[in-house]
Design a protein around this ligand. Structure first.
Ligand SMILES: [Ca+2]
Ligand SMILES: [Ca+2]
Length: 203
């Protein structure tokens, strides 16, 4: 038993050492934010046995990049059917961007269904329904970025320079959607943080 415990400790040290070694090769983290959400609180959707259930999201900002990582409860994420939108108030100014629940959303990051095998970075836009000087009410795809899918989630790295008016701090909220076969519209199944809470900070 003691030997097993020791082996476990050595394994832990070795993994930890590896992590530190890797970390020393990448740009230092300047700002970060991480939020968790309850498991089992996804909205029930007819025809969808296991609706997308968000459990964690993190944003890590370095000099060069902004890395987004979104995780789901086991068995509730399918990159072919789950759509993810990350709303960003990138200038921490509620009067710029699309006004939404305590944020002025300047950008959205789209992942999964609708975005395909890339992440889409879309910018708040004055569409036909909201000509200037009204506040923007829609988004236009600006750039696309590599994405990595895991069995329980998805991550992407976006160049920091792609976000204008961004000093490294932001507020964000993650929405997960699913569209049942034959349905006309997607349904939001979970939000992180929940709508009753404020957006998540990256500081
Ligand atoms: Ca959840
Ligand atoms: Ca804003």
């Amino acid at each position: 038993m003691e030997r097993l415990r020791l082996a476990g400790a050595l394994l832990f040290l070795s993994v930890d050492g590896c992590t530190r070694h890797q970390a020393s090769n990448v740009a230092p983290v300047l700002f970060r934010g991480e939020v968790t959400d309850a498991t089992g609180d996804a909205t029930t959707v007819p025809g969808v046995p296991r609706p997308p259930d968000l459990v964690q999201a993190s944003v890590v900002v370095t000099d060069e990049s902004v890395v987004f990582h979104v995780r789901f409860a086991p068995g509730t994420f399918d990159s072919a059917t789950t759509a993810v939108t990350i709303q960003l108030d990138a200038d921490l100014n509620t009067t710029t961007g699309v006004p939404l629940r305590g944020m002025g959303v300047d950008y959205t990051v789209g992942l999964g269904r609708f975005a395909g095998n890339r992440a889409t970075l879309s910018q708040a836009s004055n569409g036909e329904g909201c000509p200037r000087p009204a506040a923007p009410c829609t988004y236009a795809v600006a750039t696309r970025w590599p994405v990595t899918f895991h069995s329980d989630g998805v991550e992407t790295a976006i160049a920091r320079s792609a976000l204008h008016g961004f000093d490294g701090r932001l507020n964000f909220r993650v929405l997960a959607y699913v569209r049942p076969e034959g349905a006309q519209f997607s349904t939001v199944t979970d939000q992180l943080p929940d709508f009753v809470k404020g957006p998540a900070p990256v500081r």
